[in-house]
Design a protein around this ligand. Structure first.
Ligand SMILES: Cc1cc2nc3c(=O)[nH]c(=O)nc-3n(C[C@H](O)[C@H](O)[C@H](O)COP(=O)(O)OP(=O)(O)OC[C@H]3O[C@@H](n4cnc5c(N)ncnc54)[C@H](O)[C@@H]3O)c2cc1C
Length: 436
């Protein structure tokens, strides 16, 4: 039996691939449900992800998985409207006309920003293509240094700096340009008359999770079981120690795929990495009325959240029994910090004050429900030099025979993490096991 540690998309993908090749697997998931960061809350209609999720056109592996599980009719490509909140106003930035009318960048700033986003290097006033194709080349360059060299100081100050602050807070200076270029590449497709094209599964990603569970078989998935140790001898993996509500047992295993954040890999096997992680606090607020008028609102003004994501500006509220669904999210750089130490109710109060500040017509009495989720490890900080920290799929030489890794520290999750990356990592770790 091959034990899979973690029932997120990486673990489920690894289990599926191994089963398909005739191996026997058991997935151990510490939480009460599978899906990991893509798990959902119930609503009056479709389930809604606890943390906002959408797909990009470039993400082929997850689309192939969706198709092979028969869910292709549910995959919808929709316009995800983007806007910037700055100086007390929402500025939509979807169409070429809206971008042209945006007052905080000059025509030259917009030209330089536009060239960068379509992959044209305009340094020295001479347009060249190809500079940004291999984003790994920019792993050793800081994102600030890169933006200042490849656009203008005002593009950095008025456009990128607020986004970077929202995403990486005090760590923004350490982030590499590879992360930014990877992100531009992943989120690249736009309709210039309507905005960015993003994918979503009708019925939510819970549909995909359920289809994966069905394919693997619920009898091969054990929830509320935490793997606390992996015993590896010179001959390879011997057993896993499992903890269920405080009682432990050992199960024999021929191999293991660890599909968790890298610090758990370290705890289980002693395989160390220096990857620095950030956490997330994210609330889903269901209201009677729309709030922001856009799907994705980046906020440059002072606010307790980095972004507001109004899901029902992307997917119609009718799918949620008429409720409008708004995410308020903040990335956590410091687990000793003020926000992290608050209770869910206190966080929700902070969010609502912040929303009222930005949108004075927002009416708290229209709120139907709020749910708050938090996780201490949700994304690597893709720092300069990150490539050297990537964890290999096959850990035979560092930990022992039969130990494989599919979590967020893998190459498939570089230079930005995603569901597609998690599935690719699961497949790659399983393939490495099968090759060996
Ligand atoms: C706020 C936010 C927004 C995001 N937005 C998007 C998006 O728009 N599009 C997109 O594609 N991706 C998005 N992502 C990223 C995506 O959710 C992740 O890349 C993906 O879910 C990671 O899957 P995983 O299986 O690697 O890890 P996880 O989902 O974290 O799964 C790991 C699992 O392992 C379990 N586990 C940990 N330790 C143990 C143990 N010792 N024993 C047993 N089980 C254990 C955990 O409980 C967890 O369920 C977003 C993530 C966040 C946080």
């Amino acid at each position: 039996m091959i034990g899979i540690v973690g029932g997120g998309y990486a673990g489920l993908a690894a289990a599926w691939r191994l089963l398909d090749a005739g191996e026997e697997v058991t997935v151990y998931e510490a939480a009460s449900d599978v899906g990991g960061l893509a798990a959902s809350y119930e609503t009056k209609g479709d389930p809604i992800e606890r943390y906002y999720h959408h797909l990009s056109r470039t993400e082929e592996t997850i689309v192939e998985v969706i198709e092979s599980l028969g869910l292709q009719d549910r995959l919808q490509w929709r316009i995800g409207k983007n806007a910037f909140y700055i100086d007390g106003r929402v500025h939509p930035l979807d169409t070429i006309w809206q971008i042209a009318a945006y007052p905080h960048l000059s025509i030259y700033d917009k030209l330089r920003l536009g060239f960068l986003t379509i992959g044209i290097d305009f340094r020295g006033g001479r347009p060249r293509t190809g500079t940004y194709d291999d984003y790994e080349r920019f792993d050793s360059v800081s994102v600030k240094e890169f933006i200042l060299e490849h656009t203008t100081p005002n593009v950095y100050r008025s456009f990128f700096e607020p986004l970077l602050k929202a995403k990486f807070g005090s760590r923004l200076d350490s982030v590499s340009a590879a992360w930014l270029l990877g992100r531009i590449h992943f989120r690249g497709e736009r309709d210039i008359r309507r905005g960015e094209i993003l994918g979503y599964l009708d019925g939510g990603f819970a549909q995909l999770t359920d289809a994966l569970i069905e394919t693997i078989g619920m009898d091969r998935i054990e929830t509320e079981i935490m793997v606390t140790d992996i015993s590896v001898t010179d001959e390879g993996v011997e057993s896993l120690t499992l903890d269920q509500s405080g009682s432990t047992e050992s199960v024999d295993a021929d191999g293991v795929v660890v599909a968790t954040m890298p610090h758990i890999l370290d705890e289980l096997t002693g395989h160390q990495t220096n990857i620095d992680f950030q956490g997330t606090v994210c609330s889903v607020i269901a209201t009677d009325e729309p709030v922001t008028g856009t799907y994705w609102l980046n906020i440059a003004d002072d606010a307790p959240f980095g972004a507001l994501i109004e899901h029902t500006e992307f997917v119609p509220p009718e799918r949620y029994g008429g409720d409008h669904i708004l995410y308020a999210v903040s990335y956590i750089q410091d687990l000793e910090g003020e926000l992290w130490s608050k209770t869910d109710e206190e966080i929700e109060a902070v969010w609502l004050d912040g929303i009222e500040e930005l949108f004075p017509t927002f009416d708290r009495s229209k709120i139907r429900w709020i749910q708050t989720g938090r996780r201490a490890y949700t994304a690597p900080v893709y720092e300069v030099g990150y490539l050297d920290q990537i964890v290999q799929y096959d850990l035979t030489s560092t930990v022992g025979q039969g130990v494989y890794y599919a979590g967020m520290g893998t190459r498939a999750q570089y230079p930005e993490r995603s569901l597609n990356g998690a599935i690719k990592a699961g497949f790659a770790a399983a393939d490495a096991y099968l090759d060996a």
